[in-house]
Design a protein around this ligand. Structure first.
Ligand code: ZN
Length: 454
């Protein structure tokens, strides 16, 4: 009997990852992510799934980033009551990220209603903080490297993918087929995270392709960050750094602590971490010592390098301070969160700087800034971009094209089929071509909603 995969998201885009595996009447969903970026993509979050949530038997999560986990509260509300298997660190991170996601959506809906921007009255959140908290009960931790059975007769094993705390690749074994989901793969030379584990052999592979058409520069993030921070400090400006609360925030803190210790940037330069989620994630690192490279000393230094901003009042008070200073705040693509207030406040002054730290999905404010946009729309206002915009090229949490190929090369036997996923079309297709050319393996970029054999 056949084993099929339906691509319900994460194809032709880096967001909305959802891969439905079906065999003999059973249904398993790998990742349960939100679509982000362009409005037509975001609107997909409101479309009903092509199957009943209650008919899904189990969910596996590769990691906690919202584009992989953020649809869970909706899946629960639509009637899914099975288990959501994830690594212990992913479960911990979901408990931070999902309620916050619900909170942001409630705030956005309330904002639209207050200002009458919505065509729908009243505007509704996709899901609430309460929906998110309830859905956390479905999470079921599974240790990295230990095989478990999500559905009777099916086997699954997590292996480390680097990337962020708890991130995993998944080997799924069903009906004699071995299907490998790469998840988001970290880079082997990440400052904070361990390199990804080598891939097990598989018949079918779903490989991510965020940077499928790019090569990371040789320079490390320290070499890029030091001159930018020195420049903004010397002109008394404020550097606003949109960060992914989980992952890049910690890497940036670590990099800054390193630069200060080396005297590459002024030791007196005030640093603020204005994201309760990032603060809580930073506190999680010591609880998962196997998942990263930092020792106790490094963790201690990192934690004390920045003033942790917890309350909204403390966050607002930052605007009354004068530069020089550095504010790290979520979200990383400036799609929401406290960083929006800082951007609205500091973008119109040429002494200030915005430092973009990772992948900026098309259609996000971060993407507009990266492309040199002269205004960005924040809270219904056009904000002039006078500040210098710096995009770090080397701070990505993703492997580049050559590193993805290298990872695949470690498979002892050629898979029968490779599906190139989790990339904009251009990046995904570049990856497909490289796989066919360099590895001589069959690869396709599946269309959104299409079903393929394994
Ligand atoms: Zn990710």
């Amino acid at each position: 009997m056949s084993v099929n995969i339906t691509f319900l998201g994460g194809t032709g885009t880096v967001t909305g990852s959802k891969y439905l595996v079906q065999h003999d009447g059973k249904k398993l969903l790998v990742d349960c992510g939100l679509f982000q970026g362009y409005k037509p993509l975001r609107l997909r979050n409101w479309n009903p799934m092509p199957i009943h949530a209650a008919d899904i038997d189990a969910v596996l999560l590769t990691h906690a980033h919202l584009d992989h986990s953020g649809y869970l509260p909706l899946l629960h509300r639509q009637g899914f009551r099975g288990r959501v298997h994830a690594t212990p660190a992913t479960c911990d991170l979901c408990a931070i990220l999902l309620p916050d996601s619900g909170h942001i959506q409630e705030e956005d809906a309330a904002f639209l209603n207050r200002h009458g921007y919505s065509k729908h009255t009243p505007a509704l959140p996709l899901y609430s903080k309460h929906d998110a908290i309830v859905s956390l009960n479905l999470l079921h931790p599974e240790a990295m490297g230990k095989t478990f059975s999500p559905i009777p007769g099916w086997k699954a094993t997590f292996s480390s993918a680097g990337h962020i705390l708890g991130a995993a690749s998944i080997l799924l074994e069903v009906a004699g087929r071995r299907i490998l989901f790469s998840g988001d793969l970290g880079r082997p030379d990440d400052l904070v995270m361990n390199p990804p584990d080598l891939p097990p052999d598989a018949d079918t592979v779903l490989i991510e392709s965020t940077y499928g058409n790019r090569t990371h520069p040789q320079d490390d993030v320290l070499a890029e960050l030091a001159p930018a921070l020195k420049r903004v400090a010397s002109r008394g400006g404020v550097a606003v750094v949109p960060v992914f609360a989980v992952g890049r925030a910690q890497a940036l803190l670590y990099a800054i602590s390193f630069l200060k210790a080396r005297g590459d940037i002024p030791r007196s330069l005030p640093i603020f971490l204005d994201s309760p989620m990032a603060v809580h994630t930073t506190e999680l690192l010591p609880r998962h010592p196997d998942a990263h490279r930092l020792d106790d000393q490094a963790l201690h230094t990192m934690k004390h390098i920045a003033t942790m901003v917890e309350t909204p009042e403390q966050s607002k008070a930052l605007a009354k301070r004068h530069g020089p200073m550095v504010i790290l705040s979520a979200s990383g693509m400036a799609t929401g969160g406290r960083v929006l207030h800082h951007l609205a406040h500091y973008l119109p002054d040429h002494r200030n700087m915005v430092i973009l730290t990772g992948y900026q999905a098309p259609g996000t404010r971060g993407d507009t800034l990266a492309k040199g946009g002269t205004t960005v729309r924040i809270h219904g206002q056009d904000v002039a971009v006078q500040a210098e915009v710096v995009q770090l090229q080397s701070s990505s949490a993703h492997a580049d094209a050559a590193q993805l190929i290298n990872w695949l090369k470690h498979m002892k036997h050629a898979p029968n089929q490779i599906y190139v996923v989790h990339g904009e079309l251009e990046a995904a297709d570049a990856m497909r071509q490289r796989i066919e050319r360099e590895l001589k393996w069959r690869a396709v970029v599946p269309e959104h909603g299409s079903t393929w054999p394994t």
